[in-house]
Design a protein around this ligand. Sequence first.
Ligand SMILES: [Zn+2]
Length: 355
Amino acid sequence: MGYCVLIFLIGITGCSPEEPISEIKNFKAETAENFIAATLKISSGVTNHESGNYTISDFEDLSEENCSITEFGLVFFGYFQDFLQDPYFDFNLMNYYLDLHQKYVTHYRGENYFGENGEYNQLAQKRIRELTMFWNLRREIIVNGQHTASLDDLQILADMIESFDNSIRNREEAYNKAASLLKINALSSNLPESPYFALDAFTKANGLLVIGDGLIESIAAIGVDDEIVFTAIIAHEWWHQAQYEYSTNWNESQGLSKPEASRFIELEADFAAAYFMTHKRGATYNWKRIEDFFKLSFNIGDCLPQSNTHHGTPEQRLNAARLGYELVDIAQKKGFVLSPEEVHSFFIKNLERVY
Ligand SMILES: [Zn+2]
């Protein structure tokens, strides 16, 4: 399963438009060696590898300036070290949980909470309300939270297993399997408590946004205000929905290679997120705090320009965000909100300042 970007927008075939645009990739790995390699990759952004088979050349790009492992990468190394020290940790079970959980948050519809203990519920409501008015998209947007606690709840875990584990034939079997997994969870200090199990952040053409607690926690761990992290993620993902909505008219990335198209789409999402975040009718943050987010979370930008899910280098992501802030400033009439089309055309006109 390879992730792809906006088939409608970029006109590249080979992947379904139903596949998500993913901000970060949590890896499946069969061995510790695989996991080390995967952790190196994730700390630099994204990869196309599903499991293992890494070569030295995969890492050569990382040696470029600005592309070394930074604090965000170290957060992931920390998770990995915890796994290795945990006698009950099991890579197969890790993969199983990652798979179940991603499917669950993709298909779940119902009540949601944000943050491990609902600490972002109010913020989420506020941002959803603001973003709805700010961009005025026609589509219905659903925001699902993702929580490690779901993998430790008998009822929810049994639901996941019954729905997505093909080896399970009925509800009773699902319950039995969930109950036996909860016993392993009880012994392990990482299964499923590690933020690694709620790391998803992606969006789909059907209006779904997913925001994992683990990603917020991981970025906050390097010193970024957690509310800014939450806001930056939801604002970035929301713009991907604008890209879906206007996909028939916005065709600048047509004809680009997959990595180039991905970079374009992602940098525009950073740009638009910064516009929303610093606008008076948006999240009203001052630029300095936004800049901190983009500087500190540099490594979510990646240094693998050949990757099909390339998000732009850290520097390009910061440039894009700065351009979004400038757009607020240029317009001067701070109460005035530009339409998605106007924001998009400003980005196109100023693209050379980003790249
Ligand atoms: Zn994105």
